[in-house]
Design a protein around this ligand. Structure first.
Ligand code: FAD
Length: 438
């Protein structure tokens, strides 16, 4: 049994493995066999030159995000992913990108185009999907809900510090017993003098273990409709515990939330959330952003494989010289081009006011399906190193799985589009609906 004198993590320097009874072995001789992802590979996936479709401002933002991610995040990501900890010290660097708040205009938010925001998301996910999820939950879910459904006073109070990332937000819809079926949620909001009492549980909520602002959805006990509330960190009766043992997005701090008679003043009820349809409006927009995460992940995996195959040799030739490997690499590249086109078109449909929930769901679902194929090819191409977080693809492979399932699983997104194109909702098995009427 080998015993390591230091976690190998990102740096292989000075790592010694001693086999019982044998002198210590310097594994830096054996590792790495190619440049690890801590020195991030150059971008090589823009084969069809989509960058030309962006405005100079969008190009500059994209470049800025990739520089910060490659310089600040790439060197530390394997270590923090392995520890399942969030690197709080990088929050100011992420804030310097001026991307939090995305498309929201005013209130200190950057007012980006949706295309600019989408490419910024992809550039983040290209290096590290956990960081992009941290920003998306904060920005495209929580901040957007406040911007679309909040009062003027709420926008002025909460959005500026959230845009600077001086405060962090989370977005709590899912419950232990209501995931895909979120519209049936059971957390309650009961009107009392001067405010509301929230009672219930939430599950999987990203950033919730440390968020200053929690956007929480609950069922109004008078109207039976879903309403939205802003709950502040430290509110009496609010408890959050971290979900452990995730196999993907390990840097993201997902929490179970317990709300026990939590008082929310009237001024913190979101006036624009009066039914589940209002929540769905936010989800449709944020799904466009989430669709760009698998695009970014696939770009990063392609870039990593592209470099790795040229560096590592077998049978006296670089891995890139083998036809089978080239075919896999080209299939990955083709997938990335197609994913970008679909994602780009989604942004344009949104900008022209033509995007429907079905469009967003088809985009998110299809892109995440193609990304699964892409990262699986990448994992194969790296052989044994394809299961090490140090070479990105194993980490990206795992990070894609929760993205395949959150913001609507692939199946649920298919059903949203299916309902739109057939006019028939097929979420609830017909047999069950019939039986419940008996
Ligand atoms: C890492 C991570 C982060 C998350 N972050 C957040 C967050 O910040 N905020 C938040 O509110 N939620 C969050 N979620 C929750 C996420 O949105 C749910 O996990 C997701 O909606 C799926 O719900 P579920 O896990 O309960 O799966 P289930 O609903 O139990 O589904 C299980 C399986 O059954 C299928 N299925 C379910 N219903 C149907 C149907 N009608 N027809 C066909 N197939 C069906 C699903 O597609 C899936 O394959 C997060 C989840 C994860 C894993």
């Amino acid at each position: 049994m080998p015993t390591s004198s230091q976690n190998q993590g990102n740096s292989s320097k000075d790592v010694k493995i001693s086999y019982i009874g044998l002198p210590a072995l310097d594994v830096s001789v054996a590792f790495p066999q190619a440049t690890p992802a801590s020195i991030f590979p150059p971008s090589a996936s823009d084969y069809f030159q989509f960058n030309d479709l962006l405005t100079p401002e969008e190009q500059a933002l994209r470049k800025n995000v990739s520089v910060v991610m490659e310089k600040e995040i790439a060197p530390i990501m394997a270590e923090y992913w392995e520890k399942a900890e969030f690197p709080f010290h990088v929050i100011p660097k992420l804030a310097s990108l001026n991307a939090a708040g995305g498309t929201i205009k005013g209130y200190g938010c950057p007012g980006l185009s949706i295309t600019g925001s989408a490419f910024a998301t992809a550039e983040m996910a290209r290096v590290d999907a956990s960081c992009s999820t941290f920003v998306l939950v904060h920005s495209s879910l929580a901040m957007l809900t406040i911007a679309l459904c909040g009062s003027e006073a709420q926008k002025q109070k909460y959005l500026p510090s959230l845009a600077r990332l001086d405060t962090v937000a989370c977005w709590a819809l899912t419950e232990p017993d209501y995931g895909s079926d979120a519209s049936s949620l059971r957390t309650t909001a009961t009107k009392v003098s001067g405010g509301w009492i929230l009672e219930g549980q939430k599950r999987w909520i990203g950033n919730s273990t440390f968020a200053d602002v929690l956007v929480v959805f609950a069922r109004n006990t008078t109207t039976n409709q879903i309403n939205g509330y802003i709950v502040k960190k430290g509110s009496p009766g609010l408890r959050v515990s971290k979900i452990e043992n995730k196999i993907g997005l390990r840097m993201v701090q997902n929490g179970d939330i317990l709300l026990k008679e939590v008082f929310v003043p009237d001024e913190d009820r979101l006036p624009g959330v009066n039914s589940f349809q209002d929540t769905s409006k936010v989800l449709a927009v944020s799904r466009v952003m989430v669709a760009w995460q698998p695009i970014g992940i696939s770009m990063g995996v392609f870039d990593m494989c592209h470099r790795y195959l040229k560096e590592r040799k077998q049978f006296g030739a670089p891995l890139a010289a083998f036809q089978i490997n080239q075919e896999k690499l080209v299939r990955m590249l083709g997938n990335v081009q197609a994913m970008v086109l679909v994602g780009w078109r989604l942004c344009k449909l949104y900008e022209s006011g033509k995007m429907t929930p079905g469009h967003a769901s088809l985009g998110k679902g299809w892109i995440s399906l193609k990304a699964r194929e892409t990262v699986a090819l990448g994992r194969e191409l790296l052989g044994g190193n394809g299961i090490l977080a140090d070479f990105l693809v194993a980490k990206a492979f795992c990070d894609l799985e929760p993205i395949f399932s959150y913001e609507g699983t692939y199946d649920i997104n298919s059903l949203v589009t299916g309902r739109e194109i057939t006019g028939i909702a097929s979420f609830k098995p017909a047999a069950l609906s019939k039986r419940s009427r008996l």
